[in-house]
Design a protein around this ligand. Structure first.
Ligand code: ZN
Ligand code: FE
Length: 258
């Protein structure tokens, strides 16, 4: 078995849809197609036919291209079983622990609610890749639209159990802004400083900063680093619980003008 090839498709202002494909097996999935046109162009450019549409959650910037791409390619639409009513064209709803395959490439479904109630991740274990939608970003995490801090913290903690080498493919190019915030709470983290230098150089050239991986996120993402003494000092919460530190970090980011 070859590993899935994964390519970004920039959509809208700062979204990524992702093509995940295996040419030997003639399968190609798109994860979170915001809109159909850029996905169609990317399929043409790579000489691919779309066979699967995977959705992490119901927001329009993640499902906006579903119906048009389904009409054009007949691709099966897969998404959170707990949010079927809000996923346009869904035919297969999946829940925690389900496996869903793209050709021979099997993904484990992880329920990671809080950004939305039904948010899921697709973890392609053998391909060492996870699609995290708007839950885990590079150096950031999603806003809590439909869940409280303990729910988001347990969703992120679930992703933290994946191997460090797992590549993280998320839904937005927010990395540089996230990193600017991260530096305000953990300015002397050497990994964070060197990553930000790389990220700034990559963005200056207009290239994607993704994928990240779980190991890099553990070292640089403030929302995962609730036990960092420096972050706790910055927040004035040396003895607080992990979830309270997470909640305070998230609140501070909500009002960060960076
Ligand atoms: Zn979203
Ligand atoms: Fe989004």
């Amino acid at each position: 078995m070859t590993t899935l090839q994964i390519e970004p498709v920039p959509c809208l202002r700062d979204n990524y849809a992702w093509l995940a494909f295996d040419r030997d097996e003639n399968v190609c999935a798109v994860v979170d197609p915001s809109e159909a046109a850029p996905v169609r162009r990317a399929l043409h450019a790579h000489g691919l036919l779309l066979t699967h549409i995977l959705n992490t959650h119901h927001h329009p910037d993640h499902v906006g291209g579903n119906l048009e791409l389904h009409r054009e390619f007949g691709a099966e639409i897969v998404g959170p079983g707990k949010d079927r009513a809000r996923i346009p064209g869904i035919s297969t709803g999946v829940v925690e622990g389900d496996r869903y395959s793209v050709g021979s490439h099997s993904a484990v479904v992880l329920e990671i609610p809080a950004h939305t109630r039904g948010h899921i991740a697709f973890w392609f274990e053998k391909d060492a890749a996870v699609f995290t939608g708007d839950t885990l970003f590079a150096m950031g995490c999603g806003r809590l639209f439909e869940g409280d801090p303990p729910t988001m913290w347990s969703s992120l903690s679930k992703l933290l159990t994946l191997p460090d080498s797992t590549r993280v493919y998320c839904g937005h190019e927010y990395t540089e802004a996230n990193g600017r915030f991260a530096l305000t709470v953990e300015p002397s983290n050497p990994d964070l400083n060197s990553r930000m230098a790389e990220v700034r150089a990559i963005r200056k050239e207009g290239r994607p900063t993704l994928p990240s991986n779980i190991g890099i996120e553990k070292k640089t993402n403030p929302f995962l680093r609730v036990s960092s003494p420096e972050i706790r000092r910055s927040l004035g919460m040396p003895g607080a619980s992990d979830v309270d530190v997470f909640a305070a970090t998230r609140r501070r980011k909500d009002s960060f003008q960076g």
